[in-house]
Design a binder for this molecule. Structure first.
Ligand code: CS2
Ligand code: MG
Length: 437
C-alpha cells in the first residue's frame, strides 16, 4: 500500500482533544487555526556517495516537514518500520501535537527503544519540529528558547597513516579556522584502523558490498597513541582543542592507562573508551584519570546513559538527535545532564544527513549545557540533494534563520543516486577473535 494512503479500514483518527468545558462553561478545545493535519508521508532513500534515508510529512496547509531516518548499514530496516508501521498511523493526525505523537510512537509501539525504533521516532520528531517552525515562520532554535550563544563550536577530523601525516592534517584544519580537531592515525604493525579515512574532509566507514574484515591489536594501539598527541602538542601548543576516538575498543583498565598517559596532553575528550553497554565500567576509568570522557553515539534513550550521567562518570554525551528519538527526547536528556555537569557533544559523522546536522545546530545554539558539535563534512553531491541554511565560519557553525530546520530535500536529484547496500566493517583480533569495530 503506498505509504501516503489513508488506511482503507478506518477513518482518520480524531485526535482533537475532547471539548473539555471549563467550570465557567467556556470551551477549551484547541483552536482549529493551530491544527495542522497530516495528509501523507513518504520515505526516500538516496546514495550521493553514501546512503541516506529521509522522511517527508505532508500537511493540509501545503507545508511539509523533513526528518532524517538514516541508520548506517541498516537503512532498509528503518524504511520498512516507517512505511509499514508508522506512516499509516500518522495520516489524519494533528502535526502540531509533537509531544503527544512522540509518546504515541514510543509507548504505542509496546516494543520500546533500540536503534531502528528510535531512528524512526527521531525522523518523525524532526519533521514535526520542522513543520511547527515553518507554520509559525520561525527557526526551530527560537521555539526551543532562543540562542544561548553566537555560534556552535565545531570539531573536524584529521587523520593519516603516520603521525607526520596527522600533524600536517591538523595544521590544515587549523588553517580552515577550526578551534577543535579530532586526531586519528594509523597504528604501526596494523594494515588499517578506525578513523583513517579515504577522503580528507570526511571519514566514511561504510563500504558497498559485504562487510570487510579488519585486524586489530590493542597493545599496538596503546603503545602508539600517546606519541601522536605528544607530537601534536609539541607542534601546536595548548590552544587547540584535541580530541580522540578509541571507538569502543579498550577494557576499563586499558582506558584508565590511556587516559593517564594522555593527561599531560590535555585532551578535550577521549571518546568511546570502552563499549558502554555496561555503564558501571566507567567507574574504573574515572577512578584513574582526569582525561575528559565522551560516549553515547550508539545510545538511543536516556536509559542508556542514566548511570553515566547521574554518577558523573562522563563529561560529554554524544547521542545525536537522530539516534536519541529527536528533539523532544534529547532536550529532556540534556536537561538531566545539565544537573550533573555533563555537556552535549552531538555525533555528526557523514552517515547523519544534513537534516540531522541542521536540527543539531538549532539544538546546539539553544541548549544551555552545550559542549561541542562534530562536523564531518558532506560531499558536494550530498549538499545538492540537501540544500541547507546552516554555515561554517572561523571554527563555528550556525543553523541560519530560515523557518523550521532550514534544510530541504531535492527529490529529483536524490532519485539520480539509487540506494546501494553498504555495511560497516567488522573487526577481528590478530588471532581471529571477533572484536569491536
Ligand atoms: C565515529 C563515526 O564520528 C565518530 O565519532 O564514531 O565515524 C562512526 O564510526 C560512524 O558514524 C559509524 O557509522
Ligand atoms: Mg565516535
Amino acid at each position: 500500500m503506498p505509504s501516503n494512503a489513508t488506511p482503507p479500514d478506518s477513518t482518520p483518527p480524531d485526535d482533537t482533544p475532547p471539548d473539555a468545558t471549563s467550570a465557567s462553561g467556556a470551551s477549551t478545545s484547541v483552536p482549529s487555526t493551530e491544527r495542522l493535519t497530516i495528509t501523507g508521508a513518504e520515505v526516500f532513500v538516496t546514495c550521493p556517495g553514501r546512503n541516506f534515508v529521509t522522511l517527508r510529512i505532508e500537511t493540509d496547509e501545503g507545508l511539509y516537514g523533513l526528518g532524517d531516518a538514516t541508520l548506517n548499514g541498516r537503512e532498509k530496516a528503518v524504511v520498512s518500520y516507517l512505511d509499514e508501521h508508522v506512516i499509516p498511523c500518522l495520516v489524519g493526525r494533528d502535526a502540531s501535537r509533537i509531544e503527544d505523537l512522540w509518546y504515541f510512537l514510543y509507548r504505542g509501539a509496546y516494543w520500546r527503544r533500540g536503534p531502528v525504533t528510535m531512528t524512526a521516532v527521531a525522523a518523525v520528531d524532526m519533521a514535526l519540529w520542522d513543520l511547527k517552525g515553518k507554520a509559525l515562520g520561525v527557526p526551530v532554535y527560537q521555539l526551543l528558547g532562543g540562542a544561548s550563544r553566537t555560534g556552535v563550536m565545531a570539531y573536524g577530523h584529521a587523520s593519516g597513516e603516520t603521525v607526520d601525516e596527522v600533524v600536517d592534517e591538523v595544521g590544515r584544519y587549523l588553517d580552515r579556522g577550526y578551534r577543535a580537531v579530532r586526531a586519528q592515525s594509523g597504528v604501526p604493525g596494523l594494515p588499517s584502523t578506525y578513523g583513517v579515512g579515504r577522503g580528507k574532509l570526511f571519514y566514511e566507514p561504510a563500504e558497498q558490498g559485504l562487510p570487510s574484515e579488519h585486524v586489530w591489536s590493542t597493545s599496538k594501539y596503546l603503545d602508539h597513541v600517546p606519541t601522536l598527541f605528544r607530537r601534536l602538542r609539541d607542534t601546536y601548543g595548548s590552544d587547540v582543542h584535541l580530541l580522540h576516538d578509541a571507538h569502543h575498543r579498550l577494557t576499563p583498565i586499558q582506558a584508565a592507562r590511556l587516559g593517564q598517559e594522555l593527561e599531560p596532553h590535555r585532551l578535550f575528550w577521549l571518546e568511546d573508551a570502552v563499549p558502554a553497554e555496561n555503564q558501571e565500567s566507567f567507574r574504573i576509568i574515572r577512578q584513574h584519570t582526569t582525561t575528559p570522557l565522551a560516549v553515547g553515539e550508539v545510545f538511543n534513550t536516556i536509559y542508556d546513559a542514566q548511570t553515566l550521567v547521574t554518577e558523573q562518570l562522563i563529561d560529554y554525551l554524544r547521542t545525536s538527535l537522530l539516534r536519541g528519538g529527536g528533539i523532544t527526547h534529547m532536550r529532556k536528556v540534556a536537561a538531566l545532564a545539565e544537573l550533573y555537569n555533563v555537556k552535549t557533544g552531538f555525533h555528526g559523522a557523514t552517515d547523519l544527513s544534513p537534516i540531522t546536522m541542521a536540527a543539531a545546530l538549532h539544538f546546539d545554539l539553544w541548549v544551555p549545557n552545550f559542549g561541542i558539535q562534530e562536523y564531518m563534512r558532506h560531499t558536494e553531491a550530498t549538499k545538492e540533494v540537501f540544500p541547507h541554511a546552516y554555515s561554517f565560519d572561523d571554527g563555528y557553525l550556525h543553523p541560519g534563520d530560515a523557518p523550521g530546520l532550514g534544510v530541504d530535500y531535492d527529490v529529483e536529484k536524490a532519485a539520480s543516486y539509487p540506494y546501494e547496500r553498504a555495511y560497516l566493517p567488522v573487526n577481528r583480533l590478530e588471532d581471529g577473535t571477533l572484536f569491536h569495530w
